[in-house]
Design a protein around this ligand. Structure first.
Ligand code: AMP
Length: 479
């Protein structure tokens, strides 16, 4: 990492009294100075206190909890081959496979010069290799909640000696309906343990969860609670409701944007916008709940490879997918739930890089904008779209695509289908949401292994473009 923001005082990792093995690993990574969250959290965690951290991915939060865990567990480290000498002592829970893998990679890098062992378990994969790793003995386990419980049920793991618990991206875990699983897991842990919770946003539900399992926690914020990333420059453009797609096309074209995610509140809106952008000659694809898993994976892979410039997504579709560090996110619709705005724009401007968060809104969205500004405690600057001439967007209707547009899936999508609605709930609503979320999204991102040509909706692909577009935008039966 090069340009991540460090603490102004230029504290050094060596100042924390970390073991030489850990400092060596940090030197291997090229880290000398802690980031603000690390500077605040590491000394507190080393004292054994519970911590509630308000920090997004990209702030260096993973090392802020991993380094103290490793330091504290070093006292128990054993070079023995016996699994019994390597009980699970630290458990990190993460909402998605991608995040779990990312955390596990960090932990493995930080403990590589120590005898401590770590592994990661997540759903959607064969359990056997995970079982073998667990049974050989590991001190640090990083897991998605559902798969962890599967392993518990199969007696592949015992949680009776866990002394440190981390809930990473706790807000997303709640959004994804993991609350019952989290409660089951907590019940399996020893009562006396150190607890850490990280969350980008602090809704009443998160506070309730925190009060139920943290003991006298110290709250650490690297930015104001619910604040938007400082380096993200935000702007809103007000247009007529009918001209929103024109406006998105105009912005994309004018700025020649690549690697942009455009958020739509509805599946039908995402499909139509992606299709329209393709018609306009842009490399765009939609990703939402009516896509088959294969379609979504292909669209995501193509986006990551740069074969697609614009990914149009619903909130639920974007959740759980590792799409971050983007130069720009565009809100085609303002989200119904203001906290989704924070999540959306958190996809950009990460790890010290700057980013743009552009939102389009119309008269009827004034209320949503007011809610967002209240939450982020800032007024988002109102911009003017230079050179914007509405009406340029060639609509589906004009291209005779209306019939194809109204696929059964789109019709059934109606206004907002049940699982899409879950992301639009007011943050104060309680209760598990899992059944309302499309189960596919509970499976974190799996890289596509097939060599099949990605079904990307790319107007730049000359061969049979219509077929490709149809495949991506709901023309295929579900797998
Ligand atoms: P995280 O928020 O934990 O996902 O970290 C974001 C990125 O910052 C990751 O790529 C880390 O490898 C990197 N990083 C973490 N700590 C530091 C540090 N102290 N100095 C430089 N980069 C860091």
């Amino acid at each position: 990492m090069s340009d991540i923001e460090n603490t102004p005082e230029q504290v050094r990792f060596a100042d924390f009294g970390l073991a030489p093995e850990i400092l060596r690993a940090l030197t291997d990574q090229g880290y000398v100075h802690p980031t603000p969250i690390q500077a605040k959290a590491i000394p507190i965690l080393l004292q054994g206190r519970d911590v509630m951290g308000a920090a997004q991915t990209g702030t260096g939060k993973t090392a802020s909890f991993s380094l103290p865990i490793i330091q504290l567990l070093l006292a128990h480290a054993s070079a023995s081959m016996s699994p019994a000498r390597h009980p699970v002592r630290a458990l990190v829970l993460a909402p998605t496979r991608e995040l779990a893998v990312q955390v596990a990679e960090n932990v493995a890098a930080y403990c590589k010069h120590t005898p401590l062992r770590s592994t990661v378990v997540f759903g959607g994969m064969d359990m056997k290799p995970q079982t073998a790793a667990l049974r050989s003995g590991v001190e640090i386990v990083i897991a998605t909640p559902g798969r962890l419980l599967d392993h518990v049920e199969q007696k592949n793991i015992s949680l009776g000696q866990v002394q440190m618990l981390v809930m990473d991206e706790a807000d997303r875990m709640l959004d994804m309906g993991f609350l019952p699983d989290l409660q089951r897991i907590i019940n399996l842990l020893p009562k006396k343990r150190q607890n850490l919770m990280f969350s980008a946003t602090f809704s009443p539900e998160i506070k309730k969860l925190a009060s139920s399992f943290l003991t006298d926690p110290i709250t650490i914020e690297v930015a104001r609670s619910n604040a938007t990333a400082e380096k993200v420059s935000q702007v809103v453009y007000k247009v007529n409701e009918d001209h929103k797609r024109d406006a998105v096309a105009h912005i994309l074209r004018q700025r020649e944007m690549k690697q942009v995610i455009v958020f739509s509140n509805t599946k039908i809106g995402a499909s139509r916008l992606a299709r329209g952008l393709v018609t306009e000659g842009m490399k765009a694809a939609a990703i939402h709940g009516d896509k088959t898993q294969q379609e979504r994976m292909q669209a995501l892979d193509s986006f990551k490879k740069g074969e697609i410039d614009v990914l149009v997504a619903t909130d639920v579709a974007a959740r759980g997918l590792d799409i971050s560090d983007l130069p720009c996110v565009i809100n085609f619709d303002l989200p119904y739930n203001a906290e989704d705005y924070v999540h959306r724009i958190g996809r950009t401007g990460r790890a010290g890089a700057s980013g743009d968060a552009i939102s389009i809104y119309s008269d009827k969205d004034e209320r949503l904008l007011a809610d967002i500004e209240k939450l982020i405690k800032q007024t988002v600057p109102r911009g003017t779209l230079e050179g914007f001439v509405p009406g340029g967007f060639r609509s589906d209707e004009r291209h005779g695509e209306r019939r194809r547009d109204r696929t059964a899936a789109d019709r059934s999508a109606g206004e907002r289908p049940a699982f899409e609605r879950s992301s639009a709930r007011p943050s104060g609503s309680a209760g598990p949401r899992r059944e309302k979320v499309d189960p596919w999204f509970l499976k974190p991102y799996e890289p596509t292994r097939s060599n099949a040509t990605p079904a990307t909706a790319s107007a730049a692909t000359p061969a049979k473009p219509k077929q490709k577009i149809a495949a991506l935008l709901g023309g295929l039966p579900k797998g």
